[in-house]
Design a protein around this ligand. Structure first.
Ligand code: ADP
Length: 167
């Protein structure tokens, strides 16, 4: 039988435009599972972001400052390269509903083909946050809805400033 392995470093990659309570809940839970959790803030060519890469990184740093084993870094290369460069071999992703499955399944298989030594693991979104997405929150913000149930105060303020500038 194989010896139990230490959980090690996991990389949680995403766009986080902006980070919300669903992401933060996943980060807190993963920080209890892995020795180190590296949140990788990336660029998705299919998504035009409201916040710059630096702003997205700063917001996650501010809202995870209480978690000593969580680090936040930007990346602009392939996820599997970022994972290897970080000394990790685990990609962490969140799964909200079955509608996430198709996309996540394809991404995991692509990453497995690119680097078979990297495993993708999933944590289920907490039920109360499973409807949350950054795109939904951007719509709510543009239409003047209350964001305080979905976003920490720092992110709420940043979102309000950004959307006021767009109007
Ligand atoms: P990406 O462009 O990589 O999908 P996102 O910022 O939309 O970036 O999501 C990053 C990760 O966070 C993904 O694994 C996604 O499934 C997960 N995620 C998104 N929303 C939630 C939520 N409400 N609860 C838990 N995980 C979530």
């Amino acid at each position: 039988m194989q010896k139990n392995k230490a959980p090690g470093i996991a990389v949680y990659p995403g766009t986080f435009d902006p980070v919300h309570f669903g992401h933060l809940d996943l980060i807190e839970r993963a920080a209890r599972v892995f020795d180190t959790l590296l949140v990788g803030v990336g660029i998705n060519p299919d998504k035009k972001t409201l916040f710059s890469l630096k702003e997205r990184v700063d917001l996650i740093r501010k809202t995870t400052a209480h978690l000593s084993n969580v680090k936040v870094l930007p990346f602009t290369n392939l996820v599997v390269h970022f994972v290897r460069d970080s000394g990790a071999n685990i990609i962490l992703r969140g799964m909200r509903t079955t509608s996430d499955l198709d996309y996540e399944f394809t991404m995991s298989l692509a990453n497995m083909a690119l680097d078979p030594g990297i495993e993708t693991v999933f944590l289920l979104a907490r039920d109360i946050y499973s409807h949350l997405s950054s795109s939904l929150l951007k719509q709510v913000a543009c239409l003047g809805g209350d964001l305080s149930k979905f976003l920490p105060d720092t992110v709420c303020q940043a979102m309000l400033k950004k959307t006021a500038r767009l109007k």
